[in-house]
Design a protein around this ligand. Structure first.
Ligand SMILES: [Zn+2]
Length: 108
């Protein structure tokens, strides 16, 4: 796995990175999880569309994962759920699957 990103727009992302920890999508995703959780048993391994929590300001990509998978992501405040490939150079990718990736905020 390469730490380097060849995608364009990296500089814009860097400028917005400082407010990244305040992504509103974490709260949104936790609400989605709360709403769906009563149906977890019925849902089984069915996936739910969560919103990408990457550093890009206008990213509204949906990321499909099961409630159990998302529960594992948000059990750590430093972890962010992202669409694969949306990681920032200052983030460490801790989980990478074909459907989603989990990054860890680096530094402070
Ligand atoms: Zn994204």
């Amino acid at each position: 796995m390469s730490a380097e990103s060849s995608s364009s727009g990296t500089e814009d992302v860097a400028m917005e990175y400082d407010s990244y920890g305040k992504t509103p999508f974490r709260a949104l995703n936790e609400n989605i999880r709360l709403l769906v959780s009563p149906f977890e048993e019925l849902a089984g391994t069915a996936t739910v569309g969560f919103v990408c929590e990457c550093a890009r300001e206008h990213c509204f990509a949906t990321v499909d994962l099961s409630l159990r998978e998302y529960g594992a992501v948000c059990s750590d405040d430093a972890h962010r759920l992202i669409f694969p490939g949306h990681e920032h150079a200052r983030e460490e990718v801790v989980v990478l699957t074909r459907r989603y990736a989990v990054v860890k905020l680096s530094g402070e």
